[in-house]
Write a protein that binds this ligand. Structure first.
Ligand SMILES: NC(=O)c1ccc[n+]([C@@H]2O[C@H](COP(=O)([O-])OP(=O)(O)OC[C@H]3O[C@@H](n4cnc5c(N)ncnc54)[C@H](OP(=O)(O)O)[C@@H]3O)[C@@H](O)[C@H]2O)c1
Length: 292
């Protein structure tokens, strides 16, 4: 059996390490491979997933939204978020799911978020307005039942998400906001779903950490570097901070269960993520190339 990651670029993903470790622990004779797939190549790549020996695929940039019209069915989460990170091959029928949202909710609970009564009425803040932010809004508003402020560098993109969620009758509201409009001292959770800080250890999506509700958690979806500027600033301001490795492991575990019907402990995925990254193979010198 086979499962894939379709992305561009795809080379540096940790998903093969996680899924191949999980296949081994579950005793499933399957292999997970990455494929560099361009947008032009996506329809053929998705069609290939209907083969009987294919479990499904993960999708990363730039395919999470482009894949929607190529699939037969969508889960409620994928439909509401408007993005798919997991395709499941159900006997030739391709189902699109979004495991980022439930993966985030599970990772937040793993961090102890939501355990205390004080969290019940406290608002949350999502930083960013891309696909990850849409998944975060679904996780916080639908799965964890919290009011959500979206704060993004480009306000209009945050307003688009808020407009998509606009429903005055809903118990929980999604509001696009500027920094000064957020009641920070009541906020129990900030989720960074922006790419600020990704591969940039000194970059932060916030100019500084405001005073938050006691015991507040700052969860950074970024996990490269493991310790981001946002996390360091949050800890210096007396708050708890976690990186996105837990979410990465949980979204992978959910995809694994959807493909195989079998569950594997989360520590298997986390251990694979924390294992040293194998060195990239040194390319062989071209014929005629001089060394030294
Ligand atoms: N841990 C996990 O499992 C997991 C899962 C999914 C995604 N992620 C991470 O989530 C992040 C976002 O992914 P995405 O797919 O949503 O990306 P995306 O669609 O490209 O969106 C990026 C967002 O980040 C904002 N942004 C970029 N640079 C910024 C900066 N210097 N300061 C402030 N805001 C900035 C953008 O603002 P503008 O609108 O103004 O351009 C945009 O809202 C990435 O780091 C990704 O690795 C992690």
């Amino acid at each position: 059996m086979r499962a894939f990651l379709f992305a561009n670029p795809a080379a540096h993903s940790r998903s093969p390490a996680m899924h191949n470790a999980a296949f081994g622990v579950a005793g499933i004779p399957a292999v997970y491979e990455t494929r560099r797939v361009t947008l032009e190549e996506l329809p053929a790549a998705i069609a290939s997933l209907r083969a009987p020996d294919v479990l499904g695929a993960n999708l990363s940039l730039p395919h999470k939204e482009a894949v929607l019209p190529l699939l037969d069915e969508l889960t409620p989460a994928a439909r509401a978020i408007g993005a798919v990170n997991t395709v499941i091959n159900r006997s030739g029928v391709l189902v699109g799911d979004n495991t980022d949202a439930l993966g985030l909710a599970k990772a937040l609970i793993d961090c102890g978020y939501g355990a205390g009564k004080s969290y019940l009425d406290s608002p949350t803040v999502v930083l960013g307005a891309g696909g990850a932010a849409r998944a975060a809004v679904y996780a916080l508003c639908v799965l964890l039942e919290r009011n959500v402020y979206i704060l993004n560098r480009t306000l209009s993109r945050a307003q688009e998400i808020a407009a998509d969620w606009h429903n005055p009758d809903a118990d929980f509201q999604v509001v696009a906001a500027q920094f000064t409009e957020i009641p920070w001292s009541e906020v129990s959770l900030i989720v960074n779903a922006s790419s600020a800080g990704l591969d940039a250890p000194e970059q932060s999506p916030l100019p500084g950490i405001p005073a938050l509700a006691p015991g507040a958690l700052v969860y950074d979806m970024v996990y490269k570097p493991f310790d981001t500027r946002l996390m360091r600033d949050a800890r210096a301001a007396g708050h708890r901070a976690e990186n996105g490795l837990g979410m990465l492991a949980q979204q992978a575990r959910l995809a694994f269960v959807a493909w195989t019907g079998k569950d594997v402990p989360i520590r298997v995925f986390l251990k694979a993520l924390n294992a040293p990254v194998p060195a990239a193979p040194v390319p062989a010198p071209e014929v005629g190339e001089r060394s030294g």
